[in-house]
Design a protein around this ligand. Structure first.
Ligand SMILES: [Zn+2]
Ligand SMILES: [Zn+2]
Length: 203
């Protein structure tokens, strides 16, 4: 399906994200599509959670456009390492998923090299910087204008509801004395210690 892109809307997202990159453009398209598919299921923001397969730039689209944020604890990483995104209604269970096949054979390396050369104090001539900007603009405009099915595949998925949050109870670490969420303290030789002490960071 071809969408008309609201450029001001996209620019606001780029400003929030703080970088002009291809992934935020794809994130924009994904979240717009998932939101459209979910429709009324998103009416109550308290009943919406988002899942992302990997911590990438695109996640800021979920945070800014879908209102699912780390702070509100309605954004989860699934750690599949995939460019996949889900919006789920936690009451009905209805969940829409997008998998971005656009990256499958995308040459990330070429853009990375171009960025490196352009930003290098020695090789980074004005021409190279301009060429990088042009490549980014072309890449972003391509992603903003391609039909959705050339970017990602949408589907409805059955998945469990997110776990309820346990009551936040804190307890002191036996070594450093600082308080941490009780169930995250680790047992070591009969003592409950925090993850930082366990990793030797407070030594
Ligand atoms: Zn970015
Ligand atoms: Zn400690």
């Amino acid at each position: 399906m071809m969408e008309t892109i609201d450029r001001a809307d996209f620019d606001a997202l780029v400003a929030f994200h703080g970088c002009y990159c291809l992934d935020i453009a794809l994130g924009y398209r994904v979240v717009k599509a998932l939101s459209r598919e979910m429709g009324d299921e998103l009416c109550n923001p308290k009943h919406v959670v988002a899942y992302a397969g990997a911590p990438t730039c695109a996640i800021d689209a979920l945070q800014q456009l879908a209102g699912c944020t780390l702070g509100k604890r309605n954004l989860y990483y699934t750690n599949s390492g995939k460019s996949s995104f889900v919006l789920q209604n936690t009451v009905s269970g209805k969940a829409a998923r997008a998998y971005c096949h656009y990256w499958d054979d995308f040459d990330h390396e070429a853009l990375r090299r171009q960025r490196q050369e352009a930003n290098d104090p020695v090789t980074g001539t004005l021409e190279k910087k301009q060429a990088l900007r042009d490549a980014l603009t072309l890449g972003v405009n391509t992603i903003l204008s391609l039909p959705e099915d050339e970017l990602f595949k949408l589907s409805w998925v059955d998945m469990p509801l997110p776990p309820k949050f346990s009551k936040y109870r804190s307890a002191a670490c036996a070594l450093c004395g600082e308080y941490a969420k009780h169930d995250l303290l680790l047992e070591q030789s009969g003592k409950k210690i925090c993850a930082e002490c366990a990793a030797g960071l407070n030594a």
